[in-house]
Design a protein around this ligand. Structure first.
Ligand code: SF4
Ligand code: SF4
Ligand code: SF4
Length: 373
């Protein structure tokens, strides 16, 4: 199995079976304000039933101290050996499919019930102390950032690999990973295996559940609920082309494959996740590297210079401005323009927002305006 994020071959329990196209998301961490609108939108849409009280297909946690379920990432990172990257960007360590015990398909761990009790733990906690007044003196050493998380609809899903009932499948038409609940017997192997802890066990129905990629919307050409409701406009969902043939007019390809400004979360796990993050530009690169892989510094530098790159800027301007899936886009002189699958224009955003200055006294309605620009 070739893992393009690890730039090497990798072990996986099943044969390669690529979907016709792969769903993908880009999240810009620099814009997230942790308002949790996405969390609530998903929850009220999909997981408002009995037994789903602690199930969050979407959650937003504060890094470095937050995490839902508790220590979801740290527990596995502690176990995985040799998480080293070579100078050419290939991964030298073990993935969760390679560092297994006899009889085990995936290296994992199962959270206890109490690990689901603190969805907001660590929220807004910063690293280090902030000296009095440092806030007013420009850059300071304290930091934290918000990490929005959903299922990654991985190319090599660990949940699927571990399921003894073959109840989990990856859809051929779009790569969305789903659980067939009629086959599931609640063994929780997927909960143990998913390194991102994005499958959940429902104690009332006694079967597992996970993010469904909002497939009823995708099938209508619409982006998912957590994407279209995002207040910070940090998200875009689309489809990725094959890694070898990225399309310049596909905004997801442009951001992920061509300019490489958005990176996978913990690629060293080996599942080849399909949610890509623009790393936070104010966080020390050592921390970011263990989280997003070895190209973090380049990604941050590219993002900082985005105003010199009209094509990249145009792709980012399309975030959060249409509910429809954007299949292609163009950077015109004054506008970023997005198109649907048929090539019809669905969104047009100016690079510079027009400013309308209204008269202080409006003669037509006989009213004075204050603070009108
Ligand atoms: S709605 Fe958007 S800005 Fe708000 S928490 Fe979710 S991802 Fe962040
Ligand atoms: S993130 Fe977890 S639940 Fe989602 S596809 Fe990957 S392994 Fe499965
Ligand atoms: S894609 Fe849909 S189901 Fe998945 S986290 Fe977002 S809103 Fe929830």
């Amino acid at each position: 199995m070739n893992n393009s994020q690890l730039k090497r071959k990798m072990e996986y329990p099943y044969e390669e079976a690529k979907p016709r196209r792969q769903i993908a998301y880009v999240f810009d961490t620099n814009k997230c304000i942790a308002c949790q609108t996405c969390t609530v939108a998903c929850k009220t849409t999909w997981t408002a039933g009995r037994g789903e009280e602690t199930i969050f297909f979407n959650n937003v946690e504060t890094k470095p101290y937050g995490g839902y379920p508790l220590r979801w990432d740290v527990n596995l990172l502690r176990e995985l050996k040799n998480q080293r990257w070579s100078a050419d960007g290939s991964y030298e360590g073990s993935t969760i499919f390679e560092q297994t015990a006899p009889g085990e398909r995936v290296r994992g761990w199962r959270p206890a019930e109490r690990d689901y009790a603190y969805p907001n733990i660590g929220e807004d906690e910063v690293v280090g102390m902030l000296e009095k007044g440092a806030f007013f003196n420009g850059m300071h050493g304290s930091w934290m950032f918000y990490l929005a998380r959903i299922c990654n609809h991985c190319s090599y899903p660990a949940c699927l690999a571990a399921c003894p009932r073959k109840a989990i499948y990856k859809r051929e038409e779009d790569g969305i990973v789903l659980i067939d609940q009629s086959r599931c017997r609640g063994y929780k192997e997927c909960v143990k295996a998913c390194p991102y802890k994005k499958t959940f066990y429902n104690m009332v129905t006694r079967v597992s559940e996970k993010c469904i990629g909002c497939y009823p919307l995708i099938e209508k050409g619409e982006q998912p609920r957590c994407v279209t409701t995002c207040i910070g406009k940090i998200r875009m969902q689309g489809f990725m082309e094959d890694a070898k043939e990225p399309r310049k007019d596909n905004p997801i390809d442009m951001i992920v494959r061509i300019r490489k400004v958005a990176l996978p979360l913990y690629p060293q796990y080996g599942t080849q996740p399909n949610v890509y993050y623009v790393p936070p530009i104010h966080v020390p690169s050592d921390f970011l590297m263990q989280m997003f892989g070895p190209s973090v510094k380049e990604a941050v530098a590219t993002y900082r210079n985005i105003y010199d790159d009209r094509e990249l800027l145009a792709a980012f301007l399309l975030f959060g401005n249409t509910t429809k899936i954007i299949h292609s886009y163009r950077a015109e002189d004054h506008f970023a323009v997005g198109y649907n699958e048929l090539g019809d224009e669905i969104v047009r955003i100016p690079y510079t927002e027009p400013v309308h200055v209204r008269a202080y006294y409006d003669e037509k309605i006989g009213t004075y305006r204050h603070n009108t620009p």
